[in-house]
Design a protein around this ligand. Structure first.
Ligand code: HEM
Ligand SMILES: *[C@@H]1O[C@H](CO)[C@@H](O)[C@H](O)[C@H]1NC(C)=O
Ligand SMILES: *[C@@H]1O[C@H](CO)[C@@H](O)[C@H](O)[C@H]1NC(C)=O
Length: 511
């Protein structure tokens, strides 16, 4: 299938390595233009809200924060300094109080241009600002992500987990024993599963590693995409004027160009096969009579996000869970004990089902929850408009006891909320699964209600169930098969995704 000129910027600011120079140059130029021409009069409407001095005048400081790769920590420091509402740009307020979630991320909340990346006429579900349009697009793509659909695919998913364990065993244990970087192994697993379930394709991430630079190039361009999100007007201008230069195209040799090509190929194959009764996720969308006449160009924007949205999120969740457990031997020992007892109970550990895990290894859920709390894969803030008429309120909302007028951008960050000491106590930076496993049901219900790791409201993560399912199965089988020694914890920077490297481990076969 031919390449369209208007692929999403998220996708095309992600070109080959030489393209990185090109996009950085454009960003630099853009910032300069912005700094010289666009600093305007101080916006006084939100002057009652505390924040860094520059925030009343310009968005440049928020760009600077992004480029450090530790924006989330800067946001937390700002809340510690200024309180639960921080003015972060002339028209943006950040909120650190979890009880604001339902008021911000309500059914009819519209997204702001923070998310817009597409220079073309088509918007994917993630970019879509309008809540009604979003609902239509999301409804279409939902079926393969439902809990039931994930459960139905347990055998397929188990097959990949089995391959994953076998690949780790063959490459890094026995005669080939060596210390290796585990950081991306969760990414490989989830990518193989998603591409198989959704596109019916065998991509071989587990077998061959990063597919033609997909992960590497996504990460390399994270800073540019993330920085431009803070400058929506400038971004729109750039897209309109230079969009075509920034857009990698299918088969142009760039990492993302390859993925676009692959996506188009996979879509083409499904269309050609025309298998109306298949279980492949994409077929269920393409051949659903309810979707007759669907705009393919629009769907294509979503297809790429399904691939890119899966990898570094679930990958980060898995790598941090492994690291947190290895750094906390008592937690690891407690989890191991439950796993070993399940094995003694004659459960086939090579094929242990999700429901058996839930019934026999209850501590795992607390470990996963706590690891996601301590190390959320998405850390940056997720903006919405305070709506004027759409929210039924007709002009503003009250947050943390203060009135916020319509037309203001408000946002919470999963990282900041997960460090809320009123909710979690003073040890927010520790990994302590007992926080959940030994708390009252009441407290757990509250913590779950205010969990922002997967977003909140109608735009919350569509892949949450799949991600949880895969994480459970992968970690149980990993700990069943191997003893792991942590050699180095590694480190990362967060942009759109985590760019994390150097989680060095040594595996030893247990069984
Ligand atoms: C631990 C793993 C994951 C985390 C922490 C995570 C986090 C998030 C968050 C915070 C959002 C909301 C974004 C917003 O409000 O702007 C989101 C949306 C989304 N996620 Fe995930 N995600 C994960 C796994 C996945 C997986 C495995 C997939 C796909 C297979 C996926 C696909 C998506 C999609 C398509 C959306 C957009 C939903 C919409 O706009 O309605 N995610 N995710
Ligand atoms: C794993 O268990 C499922 C039922 O839970 C069964 O259908 C499948 O054949 C089993 N696979 C293997 C390899 O034993
Ligand atoms: C499945 O996902 C929904 C949100 O889509 C969430 O409310 C629910 O808790 C999830 N269930 C599991 C087992 O993760």
């Amino acid at each position: 299938m031919g390449q369209q000129p208007h692929e999403v910027l998220v996708h095309h600011l992600i070109p080959d390595t030489t393209g990185i120079g090109r996009t950085s140059f454009l960003l630099g130029l853009a910032l300069l233009i912005y700094a010289v021409f666009l600093i305007r009069k101080r916006n006084d409407r939100l002057s009652a809200f505390p924040g860094p001095r520059l925030a009343g005048w310009t968005r440049l400081h928020s760009v600077a924060a992004v480029l450090t790769g530790r924006e989330h920590e800067i946001l937390l420091e700002a809340h510690e300094k200024y309180g639960p509402i921080v003015r972060w740009s002339p028209n943006t307020l950040l909120i650190s109080d979890p009880s604001a979630l339902p008021k911000i991320y309500h059914l009819r909340a519209n997204k702001t241009p923070h998310y817009n990346h597409s220079p073309g006429d088509y918007r994917g579900m993630v970019e879509e600002n309008d809540w009604k349009e979003h609902r239509r697009k999301r409804h279409r793509i939902d079926p393969p992500f439902s809990p039931k659909s994930v459960q139905d695919d347990e055998t397929i998913i188990q097959g990949f987990v089995t391959n994953w364990i076998a690949a780790l065993k063959e490459r890094y244990t026995g005669e080939n024993s060596q210390v290796f970087d585990f950081s991306d192994w969760g990414n490989f697993l989830i990518l193989d599963i998603v591409t198989k379930r959704f596109f019916g394709a065998e991509m071989g991430f587990i077998a061959h590693g990063d597919h033609q630079g997909l992960l590497a190039d996504t990460r390399a361009n994270g800073p540019v995409i993330h920085a431009l999100a803070r400058l929506p007007k400038l971004k729109t201008f750039l897209l309109k004027s230079f969009g075509r230069f920034l857009i990698p195209t299918a088969g142009d040799g760039s990492g993302l160009g390859n993925v676009l090509e692959l996506r188009d190929e996979l879509l083409g194959e499904r269309l050609k096969k025309g298998d109306r009764s298949s279980d492949v996720g994409l077929d269920r969308i393409l051949f659903d009579p309810a979707n007759t006449g669907m705009e393919l160009e629009e769907l294509k924007e979503d297809l790429l996000f399904v691939i890119l949205g899966a990898a570094d999120t679930t990958g980060h969740a898995l790598r941090c869970l492994v690291r947190n457990l290895l750094q906390n031997p008592p937690s690891l020992a407690r989890l191991r004990k439950e796993i070993d007892e399940a094995a003694i109970a004659a459960i086939d550990m090579n094929n242990i089902s999700f429901s058996q895990i839930k019934a026999n290894i209850p501590y795992l859920a607390s470990c996963i929850r706590e690891s996601l709390r301590r190390d959320p894969p998405i850390v940056s803030y997720l903006p919405r408009w305070v709506d004027s008429t759409d929210d039924g309120g007709g002009g503003g909302i009250e947050l943390c006891g203060q009135f916020i007028p319509a037309g203001v951008e408000v946002a919470c960050s999963p990282y900041v909320l997960s460090r809320n000491k009123d909710l979690y106590g003073d040890d927010v930076h520790d990994f302590r699964p007992e926080r959940y496993s030994e708390a009252s049901n009441e407290w757990v219900a509250k913590a779950v209600r205010y969990d922002f790791t997967f977003g909140y409201g109608p735009r919350h993560c569509i892949g949450q169930n799949l991600s949880h399912f895969v994480t459970c199965k992968a970690i149980v089988q990993l700990l069943h098969h191997f003893d792991a020694e942590l050699v180095e914890a590694g480190a990362g920077k967060a942009f759109l995704n985590w760019n994390y490297q150097g989680l060095m481990v040594r595996l030893k076969e247990r069984v």
